[in-house]
Design a binder for this molecule. Structure first.
Ligand code: NAD
Length: 462
């Protein structure tokens, strides 16, 4: 059994186009063998004391800190993520592994009040073998969270990292696995076809997928045939609503940060902007100015790092949304073109003159593009923000308590951010809605997703 995974996956540095390396995707037999090893290791790992499991995960986190700079450079080479951001992602992964090492042994069930001579318990148990399938845009942090939570709750894991950063994915998983008993964390290389085999494997008990909506749909269907629990954190189309009473320059800074950070390749990147007409002109002018500050290698005060997008295939996707909008009458205030030269660069872009049905407003662009739709007022912006099948996150900027209250109540998304495009308190966890997925993909509640609850009714012999 070999097809369709025979063709080697080649990675090129998206900044220079230089060849980085290649990996051979795992075929069905290799996936089956990896799942088999994880299944063999399952019972012993489930019976290992939670404190001992946590200790091994904590040790792995420490080792990850020791190689954080090396991993960040590899992340930059494979996906174009600017080094400082990449380093932040690796350190976030170490922090998350440490958090789950703390929380895992504290994750607990309940005792129930039954009859005096009976014992009634609700006990969390590991689900079994977890398939953890992850994307490239924050690869170590995302994989670290899911793998950490799965391991501390007693699951064994088969991990398939993204085919767009396979060397980093393998290095990370091998580092963690080196602290664990054999078979507890298995790794398979490959792209969608390998992921499809893994997620449909009958011995997989949980599929945790972070990635695109289409892949998530395929995984949901595959798991429907096996009964595996499915956790999907998929694409978004996050709105950003600007009220007439805010400072347009500050609003533009927030919009630029949300649209251009990590090249717009963050699951909660700003994907569509609704600006009240009263401040639209100064807002658009300031946003175009902000776009000019996002450059490849910042050298002046106020400049921010904008790497290339992940590869040329993805750049084509980003530009196709922009080009279609322009063809249908959008106005370009900044960027909007495919630069000449090596790599997969795309400039920070600002568009206006958009209509609600344009693809750039209806689908995830996942690039450094800020599409602005000028609306009559906040109420009209909020109504258009709500009218969308995605449900990941949303931002509103407003000084009005009534508008803020209406927005967080009515937006059908997992996370609502008021007056700040990024940030939030530690410990927060939200479930995506609509086509963006289902289940808690992070936070303490991820431990609940990784376990299944058994109720025990224990009566004395008559
Ligand atoms: P992707 O879905 O193409 O790939 C993600 C992973 O899924 C990869 O490992 C890939 O090989 C695998 N895969 C692809 N098709 C599959 C299939 N049919 N069966 C099983 N596995 C399959 O996504 P991507 O391009 O790597 O990542 C970008 C997407 O991820 C964006 O849509 C972004 O919004 C989303 N994302 C979401 C979150 C979140 O928390 N909601 C976080 C990060 C990224």
């Amino acid at each position: 059994m070999s097809t369709p995974t025979d063709t080697a996956i080649e990675i090129h540095d998206p900044a220079t186009g230089e060849f980085v390396g290649s990996v051979r995707p795992a075929g069905p037999d290799e996936v089956d063998a990896a799942v088999g090893r994880a299944r063999t290791a399952r019972d012993a790992w489930a019976r290992t004391a939670p404190g001992d499991r946590a200790g091994l995960v904590r040790d792995a986190a420490g080792a990850l800190r020791g190689v954080a700079e090396e991993f960040a450079r590899l992340n930059e080479t494979e996906t174009g993520r600017p080094y400082d951001d990449a380093l932040g992602g690796v350190l976030a992964a170490a922090g998350t592994l440490e958090q789950y090492a703390e929380l895992g042994p504290l994750h607990r069930g309940r005792s129930l009040q039954g009859s005096w001579d009976a014992t009634d318990l609700m006990v969390p148990e590991p689900r079994g073998v977890a398939a953890v399938i992850t994307p490239w845009n924050d690869p170590v942090a995302v994989a670290g969270g899911l793998i950490g939570a799965a391991l501390v709750t007693g699951n064994t894991v088969v991990h398939k990292p993204s085919e767009r950063c396979p060397h980093l994915g393998r290095r990370f998983a091998e580092l963690v696995a080196s602290f664990l008993p054999e078979g507890v964390l298995e790794i398979v290389d490959g792209a969608g076809p390998t992921g499809a085999v893994l997620s449909g494997h009958p011995s997989i008990d949980l599929v945790a997928h972070v990635g695109s909506i289409n892949a998530g749909r395929a995984i949901r269907q595959a798991a429907a045939g096996t009964g595996a629990h499915v956790l999907l954190e998929n694409g978004g189309n996050d709105p950003f609503v600007v009220d007439a009473d805010v400072d347009p320059r500050w609003a533009a800074e927030q919009a630029a940060l949300g649209s251009y950070a990590n090249g717009g390749q963050v699951c909660v990147s700003v994907e569509r902007i609704y600006c009240a007409a009263a401040i639209a002109e100064p807002f658009l002018d300031a946003l175009a100015e902000e776009a000019g500050r996002w450059v490849y290698r910042p050298s002046a005060a106020g400049e921010k790092a904008l790497g290339p997008v992940v590869d040329r295939r993805h750049r084509e996707h980003v530009h196709s949304h922009v080009a279609a909008a322009v063809e249908d009458g959008a106005r370009v205030h900044a960027g909007g073109f495919v630069p000449e030269g090596e790599g997969a660069f795309y400039p920070a872009t600002v568009l206006s003159g958009l209509t609600p049905t344009m693809t750039i407003l209806r689908e995830e662009t996942f690039g450094p593009v800020a599409p602005v739709r000028v609306v009559e007022d906040f109420a009209h912006g909020l109504a258009e923000a709500i009218d969308d099948p995605h449900g990941l996150a949303a931002t509103v900027l407003t000084g009005s308590i009534a508008h803020a209250q209406q927005a967080w109540r009515e937006l059908p998304v997992g996370t609502v951010k008021i007056n700040g495009v990024f940030g939030g308190a530690p410990g927060g966890a939200a479930e995506p809605r609509g086509v963006s997925g289902s289940g808690f993909g992070y936070g303490p509640e991820l431990l609940d997703e990784m376990t299944t609850t058994k109720v025990v009714h224990w009566s004395p012999l008559p």
